[in-house]
Write a new protein. Structure first.
Length: 463
């Protein structure tokens, strides 16, 4: 499943028009007026953003019955940067929630020659070092941005705009060009929601002006003032997150559904249970796992739809699902990498391992320390041992259960960073691939295309 599977509600924002110089001229007028009054006014304590070289008298205006006051002078409006990120800034960045990933870099007020009022720089935090691949992956991001309308900078911007009731912010993702799949940012549109929580999947839309150039991804968002004077927040994400709470809610529904049982494959490194749902009584066993790569959150949305259909969780019961349950016993793992998902990682688990590379021992890179070599010299005979309880318990536990139950059919659901299509990728690289598997794979794809118009077979990975 890829991002093309889903249709998201469009996000529209109306930006108040202003001339290129209106903001800077208004700021100058206010500040000159402020400096003129300074000599006759008792000096106010300096704003803790930057040192102020002159005293300032408070200025105020009323918008929708709310009084906005500022004592900021010209010297305190130049730059708010990463050296002073907690000194009453106009915008704060947070990723301290399930699946959050975004680190504040710098914040700058923009003069009237630019369309935006504020420019915020953020960077994506990388996954832990991946032993076998010898790198640190990153691509997925999810962070919250909050406008503080009572900050000195916000007061100046709102005062300068007359009836201005919003602040336009440009967000710049600084290290997009260094991401694992940087080309995926070409033509990409950031997801956004202004909901109070990022975990309402129906609330997400796309920004309309995302641009990738010079190795940076940027977009703008208009933060409107809240009627009660409170902070205005927005969440931005590479893909809408699917949180652990959402996962637990889905599992709970399955546990209460007729004809389903919920068990755990075993614990993760962080101590989370790896839930799986058994559905059906058929003679053949089908294992379906999702989200080996935690940043591919659309895979768990796929799991939710699959379980809804098989179990009728939405109250709908159909003949196709009933027939499937008669033919197969499904063992469905909605999220095999809950640690990486909650930590906001792209590809790895808590130990920094790419689970999709942990299914069997493989040749180890010469610089790899996790090797099994009789000569212990890291030479051509060195192997990378996998899976292990220490590095990849998720795959270790899954394989033990698959050995116990057997496996007649297996589906590993991912999302793709670049291809906006729903497609199947076969196991052509495996030594057991042959005419039989090729025929079965082709038959499955043809059936899927007939059953679901969203699935296609023309675009996929190279075999």
């Amino acid at each position: 499943s890829s991002r093309g599977k889903y249709t998201w509600k469009p996000f529209l924002a109306t930006v108040p028009a202003k001339s290129a110089s209106s903001l800077s001229a208004s700021l100058r007028d206010i500040l000159e007026q402020n400096d003129d009054k300074a000599a006759a006014t008792t000096p106010s304590p300096p704003i803790p953003v930057v040192a102020s070289s002159s005293a300032a008298a408070p200025l105020s205006t009323t918008i929708d019955g709310r009084t906005i006051t500022t004592t900021t002078t010209a010297s305190s409006l130049s730059t708010l940067d990463s050296e002073n990120p907690y000194t009453d800034p106009i915008i704060t960045i947070s990723d301290s929630y399930d699946s959050g990933n975004g680190e504040f870099v710098s914040l700058h007020l923009v003069d009237g020659h630019e369309e935006e009022d504020v420019r915020v720089h953020v960077k994506i935090k990388p996954d832990p070092f991946t032993t076998l691949e010898n790198k640190r992956h990153f691509q997925y991001f999810s962070f919250r941005s909050t406008l503080n309308p009572n900050s000195p900078a916000a007061s100046i911007i709102l005062l300068s705009g007359g009836e201005k009731k919003s602040v336009k912010v440009k967000y710049v993702l600084e290290n997009a060009g260094e991401a694992s799949y940087a080309d995926a940012f070409e033509g990409y549109s950031t997801f956004v929601t202004t909901n109070v929580t990022p975990f309402d999947s129906d609330s997400w839309g796309r920004v309309e002006d995302a641009k990738y150039e010079g190795g940076r991804l940027s977009w703008t968002h208009v933060h409107a003032l809240e009627e009660d004077g409170g902070a205005s927040s927005a969440y931005f994400a590479y893909f809408p997150p699917y949180s652990q709470d959402m996962h637990l809610g889905l599992v709970a529904k399955c546990a209460e559904a007729k004809g389903a049982t919920v068990e755990s494959l075993g614990p993760t490194i962080d101590g989370r249970e790896i839930d799986f749902v058994t559905v059906g009584t058929g003679p053949r066993t089908c294992w379906i796992i999702h989200r080996q790569h935690p940043g591919e959150s659309m895979a768990e949305f796929y799991a939710e739809g699959l379980l809804n259909r098989l179990l009728g969780l939405d109250g709908t019961w159909d003949a196709v699902a009933e027939k499937a349950r008669e033919l197969y016993t499904f063992r469905i793992v909605p999220n095999i990498n809950p640690d990486g998902s909650s930590r906001g990682y792209l590809r790895t688990n808590a130990a920094g391992q790419n689970l999709n590379r942990e299914w069997c021992p493989s040749p180890a890179p010469s610089t790899n320390n996790n090797i099994d070599d009789d000569d212990d010299d890291g030479g051509d005979n060195a192997t990378y041992d996998a899976p292990t309880l220490e590095r990849s318990p998720e795959v270790y536990h899954l394989l033990r259960h698959m050995d116990r139950t057997g496996c007649d059919a297996f589906l590993d659901v991912h999302g793709d960073e670049e291809l906006p299509f729903n497609f199947l990728a076969g196991s052509q690289g495996m030594s057991v691939w042959g005419k039989r598997l090729e025929s079965l794979h082709g038959a499955f794809l043809a059936s899927y295309e007939r059953a679901n118009a969203d699935v296609q077979g023309k675009v996929s990975y190279e075999p």
